[in-house]
Structure formats: structure tokens, C-alpha cells
Design a protein around this ligand. Sequence first.
Ligand code: ADP
Ligand code: MG
Length: 485
Amino acid sequence: MTGGLEGYDAVAEANAQKSVLAIHWSRICERLKVEVGEVEYRTWLRQITVGPVDEDEITLYLPTRFLRDWVRGQYGDRLGTLWNAEVPAIRRVELQVARPDAAPAEPAGEDAPTPDIPVAHVRPPARAAAPAPVEEPRQAEVRSDLAAPLDPRFTFDTFVVGKPNEFAYACARRVAERPSSPGFNPLFLYGGVGLGKTHLMHAIGAELLREGRVSVAYMSAEKFMYRFIAAIRSQSTMEFKEQLRSVDVLMIDDLQFLIGKDNTQEEFFHTFNALVDAGRQIVVSADKSPSDLSGLEDRLRTRLGCGMVADIHATTFELRISILEAKATASGVMVPAKVLEFLAHKITSNVRELEGALNRLIAHANLFGRPVTLEATQDVLHDILKAHDRRVTIEEIQRKVAEHWNIRLTDMSSARRARAVARPRQVAMYLAKQLTSRSLPEIGRKFGNRDHTTVMHAVSRVTELMEQDPAFAEDVELLRRMLES
Ligand code: ADP
Ligand code: MG
């Protein structure tokens, strides 16, 4: 496990806060539309953008003084009431004419994408890295200076290591320490979306930069192609090649993008060979292993597989918990273990989504100064959780409950009456009644052909115990939330 995430970044938090407000705002807009009608809404209210929250007051912007005065007169009170109903901590609404620099909240549901970093070309200390403008595909110019910053959040320190990624992590570290070692060139990292490939590549770049020894160029395969095309258009392919071939470490991200782009593949193949032959390091990432990247030229696939191939596996529950713990700690917000467990159970797809969910929770907590609880989590992450929901079956309930109390799954239907077995079984019955539409006799049958009165007894017994024992109630509640659709 690596250390804390000192790099936790205020910008990310501000963005998450904006997206939290945008979600509330989009709900309010839905209500307003119904209340005032589509035409009225479009004429006056659609122009509103959401500004910052200061204590109990939220600022809303309108583009002109006229609009501001009109909206204030007609809808001022209503806006206040709706905001307060949506977010009780907000008690007042301030309407202002938008400052030209006031950045409106992003529309709800669209998570701000991480900025694509075209190229990092780091040759310290003489040439400082300067941010490059985002390039259009058709820009017919390859700049002689390829400099652009690496994402400072993506370092080895902020990468949480666990079983699924420890090998890839070790390989990346090794390349950062000793680039171009035999056996590690090229380094080919592969794995599903959002599992940390880009993070590791940037970490290699950041480490080499810290050491200040070599020049590094990082770019996505897509950018590689755009640059190549631009170079052809401006008849500067020689210059482009020279630039690329002058770096010590070349990193190309998401190589699968080159599938079907034969000319670019060809160019990449030549660049690749020239660099490796000159003893430079190549790092490549893709969503599949070299042998599975059908659609890439055979000779390229062969060469890609010649060095070190490291895959990043899907996350495990343990890794997700470690990542959440590290990120929560770095944020300085107290997030209860139950909430972290809940998130790690619910959001299993990839780290990016997990991180997005946690960031939103943290933003919400900071914005409204309220502690993070399971209830708040369900509310704030309503849309994300819904996307991960599926219908729960009695089998799933039995499995989760058995896991939770560490009993055998077969004991859900066995005749054993020991408390250690009987109690979890009762909880599973209770949850089956709560979470599925099965009848009592149907549920009974799934639990080793028990009678429906046994299920009824279980339901009332669990209800009773939950009232008497808060810790038990919390356990059951956690299970319910995990399973709930
Ligand atoms: P990929 O390039 O494989 O699609 P990224 O490297 O962009 O995935 O990772 C997605 C997000 O998840 C990033 O914000 C990254 O920092 C984070 N992330 C992924 N794996 C880890 C990890 N093991 N520890 C900490 N953060 C991680
Ligand atoms: Mg990536």
C-alpha cells in the first residue's frame, strides 16, 4: 500500500461541488417546468445558471439586469422555496447579473471528463513544461516544442496497490527507475477501462521528471494520429519523426485506437523500431493484450509482446476499499467505514466511477457541512446507484447474508437450528420478504422447503430484534442497502 494522497485536488472538489448543485438544480428545473409551463420556463428561467453557495445562501446568475429583475419579481420566492425543499441547508437565494467570468455549473449527469493531456515532453530543467492548447485534428502544424504537463495527481504515491494491479505497478516502477532495461522494453500495460493504466503512465513520467534525467513524451494514440496527419498536411513529417525519435521515453496510451488506422500504425511501427533500436524506452497501454489486439498488424503485435506485458485485473472488494480509504483520508472528510463498504459493494465496474462517487459525497459534505451517512449517500448518489442496480434474487440475498455472517450457503436451507446459523437465515428470509415480490410460501420453499409460518415468524422476529438492538439493525440495514434495487 502506498502513502496518503496529498495530491487531492481542490479543483476536482470544486468540480464535484458544481456537479452536486447541478443535480439539485436540474430537479428544481423539472418542477419549475411543470409549474410554469414550457414556454414561460424557456423564456425566463432557462437562462439561470447556478453560482456558489455561501453559508445558507445560493447565488443564481442571469445574463442581463432586465432578466434578473423580472425573475426576481416573478419567481424569487418560489426559487427560494424550491431550493430549500431540495437542500434544507439553503435558506436564501440571491439573484445576480452574471459576471462574465462566472462559470456556470455543468449540466447534471455529465461528469466532467478528465482533461486529455496531449503530450508531455519533459526535458528538465532547461525547457520548462508549458501547457499546450487543445489541438484540433486539422491543425496543420506540429509545434517544435511538444511540452505539456502531466496530470500531477497521477503519481506512484497516489496509486493504491493491491493484488489486481501489483504486477503492473511493479513493472511501471521498475521502468521509471531504470528505463530501457532489457526485458522491460517495451512495457505493455493492458486492462479494462478506468483501472489505472493512464495513472501508471503518468506516474512513470512524473518519476522520471523528478529524477530530472531523461526526456519523456506521453500522448494518446489518438493524438499521435492527429499529429501525424497534421505533419503530413504541413509537409513536416521529417520534423515530426525527429521530434519523436529524440525522446528517451515514449509513452503511447490506448493503442487500440490505432486499429484500422493503417498508415498511422505503419508510422508508429517505424518510430517504435527506431526508438527501441536506439536503446530508448517505450511504454504502451491498451485495453487488450498484444495477442488479442486483432486488427493491429502482426509484426507490430509481435514487437509489442517482446518486452514486458503486464495486465491490470478488475478490482477486488479489498482493493476498492483501500482506494476509497486512501481517497477519503486525503480529502479530510470523515466517511464512515459502513459507507465505504457500501460503495465498494455497489460500484464494482472501475476505479474511475468509484472515485467519482466518493468525490461527489465529499463535495456534498463540504458544501453543506453535514456528516456523511448511509442515508445521505443513497440520496446524493441516487442516479449513480440506480445505474448499478439490478433485480435482487433470493439466491443473492442468501449468498450475501451467508457471507456477511460467515456461514455456509447450504445452511440457508439446512435443518440446523444453532443460533449462529438460524439468525442469519431469519435475516435472509426477512430481506427476501422486503426486497422481492415472492410470497411467503415461495420464500419458504427456497429455504429448504420450510413452511410459510416459519418465514412469517422470521420476519416478525427480525423486526423485533432490530428495534431492540441498534447494532443488529444497522447490520441488516447495510445488507438491505447493498442488495436493494
Ligand atoms: P485507465 O487509463 O486504465 O482507463 P485511469 O488511469 O484513467 O484508467 O484511472 C481512472 C481513475 O481511477 C483515475 O482518476 C485514477 O487516478 C484512478 N485510479 C485507478 N486505479 C487506481 C489505484 N490503484 N489507486 C488510486 N487511484 C486509481
Ligand atoms: Mg486511460
